[in-house]
Design a protein around this ligand. Sequence first.
Ligand code: HSE
Length: 439
Amino acid sequence: MSQQINVGLLGWGTVGTGVTKIFQQNAGLLAQRTGIPLFIKRIADLDLKRDRGITIDTGQLTTRAEEVINDPDIQIIVELIGGIEPAKTLILKALQAGKHVVTANKALLAEHWDEIHSTARKFSQEIYFEASVGGGIPVVQGLNEGLAANRIQAIYGIINGTANYILTEMGRGQSYSSALARAQEKGYAEADPALDVEGGDTMHKLVILASLALGKRVEPQDVHVEGITRITDQDILYAREEFDQQIKLLGIAKQAPEGGIQVRVHPTLIPAEHLLASVQGVYNGIYVVGDSVGATMFYGKGAGEMPTASAVVSDIIFIARSIHMGAAGKVPSVYYHPQKSIDDLKIEPVGELISEYYLRFNVKDEVGVIAKIAGMLGEQGISIASVIQKARHQGNMVPVVIMTYEAREKNVRKALESVDRMPFVMQPTLMIRVEKFDE
Ligand code: HSE
């Protein structure tokens, strides 16, 4: 029987560096938790020169990922490269070579869930991915294990730290671009920050959570996605001052009232007193409602070196324990059924959503404009709850904010198409959905 379990890292960036730090700082604790010493035997990265603030035996380092995968002494491969390729090929090779895998790669899991999990099953290897959603928050195992008794009725996730950081800083008077630049400096943002601010990263994470919660595959194309790029500090101010609400980028997967499920990512107005409204800055919060447990909330840092490394190392310990006990690969990492069809899941088209809507019209300040907008909303049966126009001109343009009563989204969209064709409209109307929480 081996005297230690060896780990190989693919990718030594922000999170990989955090993993090596935890191994150095907490070696005794990791051995105690696992029952056997754990050791990072090899690390592959294309850039081995950068100062990472940590000393490593240079014999451990290589630029060739294959060397790490093919090392017969390594039992667990940790993929922290990110993106689809070469990460996908390397993970599949590792599984085929009889290695267990830990990954933080949300994009890869969201896009290729079936292939990754079916390969792990075929080769009787484990794959764990706690760090793929919510950084250091144990929400993946929370859903997969802790809430397994429940039919999950709703998941509402603030699961992109960068977007939440930007919205929080904008609420404190900072500009969108300087908040994004700070998120990049702090290592929260994706290599392509469009994934953060346009909702793609939240979508990837929601796909993972929803697939776990439903035990069936939810696919990226099932999800309606909108980002935060059109939200202004004025919207945040109006939401707070006029409606006692906050604007959050939410990933939502919930049972639809008329049957089926809704899976959507978009900026959302939520009540200021809701627990999710207190999730500020880079923190993430995932509010999960189960039929037996009721409402639960997972909260913590959703990005950054050490929080994300914490999740990666917890997965390594979990697999290493199984290896040590001779149980590794005998129980699949997740329970889910590859045979899913969209019909089976009945994904509700977003047009069928019934919600209240915050609408910001960007119009010329002229007599009769509000009456015309009200008329077009009325034609679609949309009732107005309140209208706000403050003298906050931007040139000749003035924002007019209308809060509607509950309406069906396809009717709101029809009305907005008509309004946006009017000559007095200077910029397309912004629409933000309002979320009411049943529990
Ligand atoms: N860019 C991601 C975020 C990193 O900001 O949340 C963690 O997945």
